[in-house]
Design a protein around this ligand. Structure first.
Ligand code: FES
Ligand SMILES: [Fe+2]
Length: 382
C-alpha cells in the first residue's frame, strides 16, 4: 500500500487530470454464483478452511472476556485466558452438546446451563456435578474442543477452524487497527441479501454521485478512487474534497486521516473502513445465499501522534457513525436489496464489472482461486 504522502500525490494527479485508477480489464461474474446453494455451501466450507477475522482484539480487553457467535455456521467462543492468551473453541459442551456462551461478556468459568459441567477459560473441564454418574469419564480428555488455529494480526483475531487450504487474507495483510483506537460501539444486523452484493457496494466510487447525491457526493468526487491490492485483500481510497487544502502542505509526517475514506476488504468476508471521523469494522456471517448477518464494531480514528482519543474525538466519532447510519448506509442498503430482488428476473446471466471496479474483480478472482484450491483439497481426501 502507498504511504499517505504517495497517496496524496496520486490523488492530486487524478484531481488535476480528471482521472481515476483503472483495472486492466472488465469482468463478468455469473449471477448463479450469488444464487446457487452449492456455491453458497462451498463458500462456507472455504470459510472454515481459511484464517477469517472473528472479532477485534479490543473486544477481548481482559482475562475472561469472550465473544461467542457462529462463524461459517459453526458456533464458536473466543476467550482471553488468565495468562492473557486468546483461545477459540467450538461452543459445545462435551456432555450433550449444549452451547456454553452466548453473545459477549466477561466470565471466570464457562458453566453449562443444562447440567452444570464447568470449563476453565483455557478449555479444561473443571467440574462435573455428581461425577460418580460417569465412571469412565476422563476429565483431562474432555475439555472444550479448540479450533485449528488462532492468530492476532493488525488488531483482529483470525480464526482458522479446520486445516487450512492456504493463507487467505494473511498472504499479505495491511495495517488495520492500532492500539490507541478506542472501541465505542458494537452491534449486530441481518440483511436479506447475498454477502457479495454488500461487499461490492463498498469497493468502487463509480456509484458515489448517482447513489449518494446529497450524503457523500457533496464532500467527495465523482468516480475518483485509488485502488490497491495486497495479497487477496484490497484497499479503495475515496478522497474528500477538502484534501485539496493539503496541496502545499509539508510532506514529512503527513497524515491523510479525515481527508480520505479507506475501505479495506479483508479477504473475503470482512471490511475495515476508515471513515471521516471513525473506523467501522464489519464481519459478515453468510447464513444463506440470500441472508447475511453482520457483526459491527465502531472505533475512534487512530491519532497520528499515537495518543488516546479525547472526549471531543469520541463525540465526533459517534456523530459520524450516526450520520452514516442515517444516510449513506441506507442508500447502499437500498441498492443492494433492489439488486437482490431483481436477481431472479432473468435479465442478467452475468453482472459486468468495468475498469473502475477492479477491487471487485480482485475479490471474485481470489474467491474463485481459493474455491478451486478447496475443491482440490476435498477431492484429495476422498
Ligand atoms: S450438556 Fe452441558 S452439562 Fe449436559
Ligand atoms: Fe455507496
Amino acid at each position: 500500500m502507498r504511504s499517505d504522502t504517495e497517496l496524496l500525490d496520486h490523488i492530486l494527479d487524478h484531481i488535476d487530470n480528471g482521472t481515476t485508477d483503472l483495472g486492466e480489464q472488465d469482468w463478468f461474474e455469473p449471477v448463479e454464483n450469488y444464487t446457487s446453494q452449492s456455491r453458497f455451501d462451498a463458500e462456507r466450507r472455504l470459510m472454515r478452511r481459511l484464517p477469517i477475522p472473528f472479532c477485534p482484539v479490543a473486544a477481548l480487553p481482559e482475562a475472561g472476556s469472550y465473544v461467542a457467535r457462529a462463524s461459517a455456521g459453526v458456533p464458536l467462543v473466543v476467550v482471553r485466558g488468565l495468562d492473557g492468551a486468546i483461545r477459540a473453541f467450538r461452543n459445545a459442551c462435551r456432555h450433550r452438546g449444549m452451547q456454553l456462551a452466548d453473545g459477549s461478556g466477561c466470565t471466570k468459568i464457562f458453566r453449562c446451563n443444562y447440567h452444570g459441567w464447568a470449563y476453565r477459560l483455557d478449555g479444561r473441564l473443571e467440574y462435573v456435578p455428581h461425577e460418580h454418574g460417569f465412571p469412565d469419564l476422563d476429565k483431562n480428555n474432555n475439555g472444550l474442543v479448540p479450533v485449528h488455529a488462532v492468530e492476532v494480526r493488525s488488531g483482529l483475531v483470525f480464526i482458522t477452524q479446520d486445516e487450512p487450504v492456504g493463507l487467505g487474507a494473511l498472504e499479505s495483510l495491511p495495517e488495520l487497527l492500532t492500539e490507541n483506537q478506542v472501541l465505542f460501539d458494537s452491534s449486530e444486523s441481518v440483511e436479506d441479501t447475498n454477502w457479495k452484493l454488500t461487499a461490492e457496494g463498498t469497493l468502487e466510487g463509480y456509484h458515489i454521485k448517482p447513489t449518494h447525491p446529497e450524503s457523500f457526493y457533496p464532500y467527495g468526487y465523482d468516480n475518483l478512487n485509488v485502488i490497491e491490492m495486497q495479497g487477496p485483500n484490497s484497499r479503495v481510497c475515496f478522497p474528500f474534497r477538502r484534501i485539496e487544502t493539503l496541496r502545499d502542505a509539508p510532506r514529512e509526517g503527513l497524515s491523510l486521516n479525515r481527508m480520505v475514506t479507506l475501505v479495506n476488504r479483508i479477504f473475503p468476508f470482512t471490511s475495515v473502513n476508515q471513515l471521516s471521523q471513525h473506523c467501522h469494522v464489519s464481519f459478515a456471517e453468510p447464513e444463506s445465499a440470500t441472508r447475511t448477518r453482520y457483526f459491527n464494531y465502531n472505533f475512534t480514528l487512530p491519532k497520528p501522534n499515537g495518543s488516546l482519543p479525547n472526549d471531543e474525538d469520541l463525540a465526533r466519532a459517534r456523530k459520524d457513525a450516526a450520520f452514516l447510519a442515517d444516510t449513506g448506509n441506507q442508500e447502499d442498503a437500498k441498492v443492494v436489496s433492489d439488486i437482490q430482488a431483481a436477481m431472479s428476473s432473468g435479465a442478467n446471466t452475468h453482472y459486468r464489472f468495468g475498469r473502475f471496479e477492479s477491487a471487485i474483480h480482485h475479490l471474485h478472482c481470489n474467491l474463485a482461486r481459493y474455491l478451486e484450491r478447496l475443491d482440490e483439497f476435498e477431492k484429495s481426501r476422498h
